[in-house]
Write a protein that binds this ligand. Sequence first.
Ligand code: NAD
Ligand code: TYD
Length: 341
Amino acid sequence: MKLLVTGGAGFIGSNFIYYMQKTHPDYEIVNLDLLTYAGNPDSLKEAEQSPNYRFVHGDIADSALVTDLFEKERFDTVVNFAAESHVDRAVLNPSVFVRTNVLGTQVLLDAAKTYGVKRYHQVSTDEVYGDLPLDRPDLFFTETSPLHTSSPYSAAKAGADLLVLAYHRTFGLPVTISRCSNNYGPYQFPEKLIPLMILRALKDEPLPVYGTGENIRDWLYVEDHCIAIDMILQKGTVGEIYNIGGHNEKTNLHVVKTILETLNKPEALISFVTDRPGHDRRYAIDPAKISAELGWMPTVAFENGIRKTIRWYVEHPDWWQRILTGEYSRYIETMYGKRLS
Ligand code: NAD
Ligand code: TYD
């Protein structure tokens, strides 16, 4: 089995590579990644020990490079994680989101079609469904919920999903799509809520909570996401969409307070700041389909997962200290400078 993982130097992609190396050591894995600010080769140091792993530096939207790679490697399966993934950055610069998330996906689909891959899997997000009201806890996203995006990030992801489905219907490409809720765990870039708050709390810096902190996200420990994708590759039905999420809904304030309590830091570090434009209120997944059809259930409760994640960041300053300079410090200043002053 020869597997192409794109975006494997990012958060979920690197966790997926480790998961697949552990569960399918005989698979050959090629990781195609552009190493944007979010891609970190340090995350893959142990993966590189395997003779069945290879890194290729490149852009999924570069048609010549992608075609050449597919011609040489003849992949059986493609799992596309590569994306611009941060909603706040999509507010600053939407165009790169369209280029990578939409055009990049289309370039991969063309290559998958030309070289007859047996499965193309698109890693998508619950954000394509838009948001749910805070006062209707009975509502959840199902696979048939309408696409109703809010941000340039989710709009570009929805565009990519539609292209994936179009390549299935028009060309018979054997595709699957998964739409997952918010992930957390090791190797997540510290622009996203959980690692940002952990690192700021460790340094006794103010924790910028948007609005009132009442927005709700459905948190999934990253390894549970990896297990679900593997199950879809093994047992999923071609042409189908699978929602992945674990009934772990928490308000942002609850998440931030849990981090402070675990690190024994005062709640006075919380700073309520101007809200994100277009901020989605609540995401919540109904995982009935993947549970009934593939037998997937989340295995890590939020209370355990968050402790494991905090411990990982505390024990790996070498991984995150290198990130905190240069582009990252400029980003933090642009995003939070005025809001926190
Ligand atoms: P990430 O930002 O941590 O990693 C993205 C990776 O893609 C990086 O390694 C980056 O270098 C690479 N990349 C970016 N542009 C590229 C390009 N043009 N060509 C090749 N590589 C490129 O993202 P993540 O959080 O690991 O998310 C991975 C996927 O999962 C994304 O498609 C995202 O939409 C989806 N997703 C994420 C979450 C979440 O909570 N993080 C939830 C649901 C779905
Ligand atoms: P984030 O991790 O960016 O994921 P997403 O927006 O894709 O769900 O944000 C999670 C939630 O945390 C979201 O409601 C926005 C909020 N948030 C803050 O309150 N402060 C912050 O500094 C960040 C990055 C996010």
